[in-house]
Design a protein around this ligand. Structure first.
Ligand code: ZN
Length: 454
């Protein structure tokens, strides 16, 4: 039977309403999900903007869709003028919707689409995202955009004990609201400055002068100490967005010669995508990354590393393979490494690494919305492969708490679904399965990041 496009999507809308996947009450999975809802989450990774900043800006449906759903709409073909209209807050909501809808139809079923639909449904009480509903969705979002929103969504609705916050927008450390967050800090700007101007920014940031490699190392140390004072619980690196994450062992002389070329502007850096494969100062970067690892070791601070899929619409996926990091796991046995995003699509490699290295943990942050089913399969596999204390089950990875709520809901369902299956297969008992849920959703990440709360 051939069905028209409109009919196809019409029928899918009815089947794929966000509540449809909920397990039946009284089933093993339903019982486990009820228990799992009571577990306070230690959320390993967020980008949530300060509440004050959020409530003082104009937020609407398209703001929420901008993270991450818009990337799938762009992948589906949204481009050029249509994309500009979707992104224009001054354009009328109807025009924006008309530009967005053809691509929303294709992107609404992805993990990002599911998260957005759950957020609109559960937080704003609107059944179906459509042209007719858009005005009401925007009114409800605006009405709720006031102080108290984060407490309601992050604590009351999501039952998140605390979240590790990635405050990449702050060059200098800022202590986030301790009611919700503990801070992760990035030092990538000290590892990989790309111009003399970048180095001057580091000098200002650390009130130091950087004319030699030792000066750059001292500046990184100063920033590290400032970050510890601001409550840093973990180092974070997202250099996988910029380059391959294999950091070779480099002599100080080699690194020094790269730095002096950088300060003298003697090399040209490639523009655009080529900059992610051609690194004119790579030896300096490699050296400085190892310096960062020794600081983490000295101060006993764990290290979160971006591996796997990149946000946005185009990058070199092989740059972020977790196996590139293997020499670090040998060289820094006392540093606790947290491999982000289950290294999707390299989750098998990540599991193989976490299985054998005592200092490596696998983190499912972002993963449940990249692919809910790949994450369920990965949990199945990991529980049999990796000791249970090495798995971190949830990180929201969003700028807006509504979407973190939705992600947490998908994560809890995924964990309940996998554990119910495991109990049925005789892998573990029901009470053991709850213990596993408590470990991966709370105790394991708390053992690394909880010191900011104690
Ligand atoms: Zn992130």
């Amino acid at each position: 039977m051939s069905i028209g496009r409109r009919t196809f999507f019409g029928s899918v809308s009815a089947l794929a309403a966000p509540q449809a996947a909920a397990p039946q009450r009284g089933s093993l999975e339903g019982d486990l999900l009820d228990e799992i809802a009571e577990i306070s989450l230690v959320n390993t990774h967020e980008h949530i903007i300060p509440e004050q900043e959020r409530t003082s800006s104009r937020i609407d449906f398209f703001t929420l869709a901008s993270h991450y759903l818009i990337s799938d709409a762009i992948s589906a073909g949204l481009a050029g003028r249509q994309l500009a209209i979707v992104r224009d807050p001054e354009a009328s909501p109807l025009r924006r919707w008309q530009a967005f809808e053809p691509f929303w139809e294709s992107a609404r079923l992805t993990g990002y689409g599911q998260a957005l639909r759950i957020a609109i449904h559960d937080i704003y009480g609107v059944e179906q995202i459509s042209a007719d509903a858009l005005g009401e969705i925007n009114r409800r979002i605006a009405a709720r955009n006031e102080a108290g929103l984060y407490e309601d969504i992050l604590i009351r609705r999501s039952n998140i004990e605390y979240s590790v916050l990635d405050d990449y927008w702050n060059a200098a450390p800022v202590r986030p609201d301790p009611k919700f967050f503990v801070p992760a800090r990035k030092f990538d700007r000290f590892v990989a400055p790309q111009s003399a101007t970048n180095v001057r920014e580091l000098e200002e940031l650390t009130n130091s002068s950087i004319t030699t490699l030792a000066g750059l190392e001292r500046a990184m140390e100063t920033s590290f100490e400032q970050s510890l004072d601001a409550g840093m619980v973990t180092v974070k690196s997202t250099l996988a967005y910029n380059r391959e994450i294999h950091y070779t062992e480099v002599s100080p002389q080699e690194a020094e010669s790269d730095l002096s070329a950088l300060l003298g502007s003697r090399r040209t850096s490639p523009a655009g995508f080529r900059s992610r494969v051609e690194r004119p100062y790579r030896r300096m970067e490699d050296y400085m990354f190892h310096h960062l690892m020794s600081l983490a070791e000295t101060h006993d601070v764990p290290v979160q590393i971006h591996t796997g899929l990149h946000a946005g619409n185009g990058n070199f996926i092989e740059n972020s393979k977790p196996t590139h990091l293997t020499n670090l796991f040998f060289l820094y046995p006392r540093v606790k490494f947290d491999l982000f995003h289950m290294s999707y699509p390299y989750q098998g490699e990540a599991a193989a690494i976490a299985k054998v290295f005592p200092n490596v943990h696998i983190d499912l942050c972002w993963a449940h919305i990249i692919s809910p089913s790949a994450t369920r399969r990965a949990i199945h596999e990991m529980l049999e492969t990796v000791p249970a204390n090495k798995i971190f089950g949830f990180g929201g990875d969003y700028r807006y708490p509504e979407l973190s709520y939705a992600h947490a809901k998908i994560a809890r369902r995924n964990v309940a679904q996998v554990l119910a299956q495991k109990v049925k297969e005789g892998f573990c008992t029901e009470s053991e399965s709850l213990e596993l849920a408590r470990m991966i959703l709370h105790d394991n990440p708390d053992s690394l990041f909880g010191r900011g709360r104690r």
